[in-house]
Design a protein around this ligand. Structure first.
Ligand code: TYM
Length: 334
């Protein structure tokens, strides 16, 4: 607990261009939850270097992502919005937790299998231990709840296992976190292949809506979205392309799938697709305008970055010192 509130932690990688999946699966829920919890929202730049990055691009994207968090409606005076790399406790705790994580556990991680097949020329140890860094991000702040999309569930389960293992040895050191998965939008699929999740790293840009896509591009991508030959607008697993469009529409409008089925009863995909496109544009356009405005506020953003890194460091150090003591590191002489 911090200030009598439960703690929330979440983060996103500043790798590639953020997609509608990142927004609907994560960021949107962060905003809904932000009043109820003491929140830490990190730009997890240390995770990004598990695959090769161009330094200037990474720096630019990290700043753009931090700006996006604020533009999306997270008040940086109330929520701790910061760069992971500005808080050394993440790396320090990760080292310790590496020693409490089994190779076999990490071997089972599907994201590792996925990424190592995509980057076969660079299967580095960081890519392998990535979930331990993620566990450290979460456990460092004694987090109660972690809002994420479904794809991060496996990492969260591992985090809980590591926390419980550590607590079993040393007593109640870590809060064991729960995942928060939104009711809608927790797994947005590719518009070109509804069997695959919408992803920043998809080679086919038509499969993803990027948060910075202009309205014409958004509309064009939805009009080209892969559906099926059934010709009916039904929310069911047998029609994954249509189901995905309905999910997106619901997440953007607040309607339920049943309401959408009624709205489009007797209508065709030619009517559904542009309606989804319009709904997405109505959500993204104000966000894009706010990002553009806020990006100009250099000294304001710099102030936020500095203040919040200090705040995050303060809480991170509290946990880290406790953990270091538990494992037997000598006390510091003041
Ligand atoms: P990342 O950067 O890949 O994704 C950020 C968030 O977006 C969600 N997401 C999706 N949700 C629905 N549909 C999709 N198609 C979709 N694609 C992505 C993800 O579930 C995530 O919530 N390892 C994490 C970042 C991370 C983190 C953490 C998250 C590092 N440390 C600690 C929570 C807590 C990642 O790569 O997310």
């Amino acid at each position: 607990m911090i200030n009598d509130k439960k703690v929330l932690f979440s983060g996103m990688q500043a790798t590639g261009n953020l997609t509608l999946g990142n927004y609907l699966g994560a960021l949107k829920n962060w905003i809904t939850l932000s009043d109820e919890y003491e929140c830490f929202y990190s730009v997890v730049d240390m995770h990004s270097i598990t695959v090769r990055q161009d330094p200037a691009t990474l720096r630019k994207r990290a700043r753009a992502l931090l700006t996006l968090y604020i533009a999306a409606g997270l008040d940086p005076k109330k929520n701790c919005i910061y760069y992971q790399s500005h808080v050394s406790g993440h790396a320090e705790l990760a080292w310790i937790l590496n020693c409490f994580t089994y190779m076999g556990e990490l071997n089972r991680m599907t994201q590792f299998k996925d990424k190592s097949s995509k980057h076969a020329d660079n299967i580095n140890a960081g890519l392998f231990t990535y979930p331990v860094l993620m566990a450290s991000d979460i456990l460092l702040y004694q987090t109660d709840v972690v809002p994420v999309g479904i794809d991060q569930m496996q990492h969260l389960e591992l985090t809980r296992n590591i926390a419980e293992r550590f607590n079993n040895i040393y007593g109640d050191v870590f809060t064991v976190p729960e995942a928060y998965i939104g009711k809608v939008g927790a797994k947005i699929m590719s518009l070109q292949d509804p069997a695959k999740k919408m992803s920043k790293s998809d080679e086919n840009p038509n499969g993803s809506i990027y948060l910075m896509d202009d309205p014409d591009t958004i509309m064009r991508k939805f009009k080209r979205a892969v559906t099926d030959s059934e010709g009916m607008i039904c929310y069911r697993p047998e029609q994954p392309g249509v189901k995905n469009l309905i999910d997106i529409y619901c997440a953007c409008t607040g309607k339920t799938p049943q309401e959408v089925e009624r709205e489009f009863a007797g209508k065709g995909y030619g009517e559904l697709k542009p309606a989804v496109g319009e709904a997405v544009i109505a959500v993204l356009k104000p966000l894009q305008d706010e990002v553009a405005r806020l990006s100009q506020e250099k000294s304001y953003l710099d102030g936020i970055i500095k203040e919040n890194a200090e705040k995050a460091n303060y809480y991170a150090m509290k946990t880290l010192r406790k953990v270091q003591k538990k494992v037997g590191f000598p006390e510091r002489i003041r």
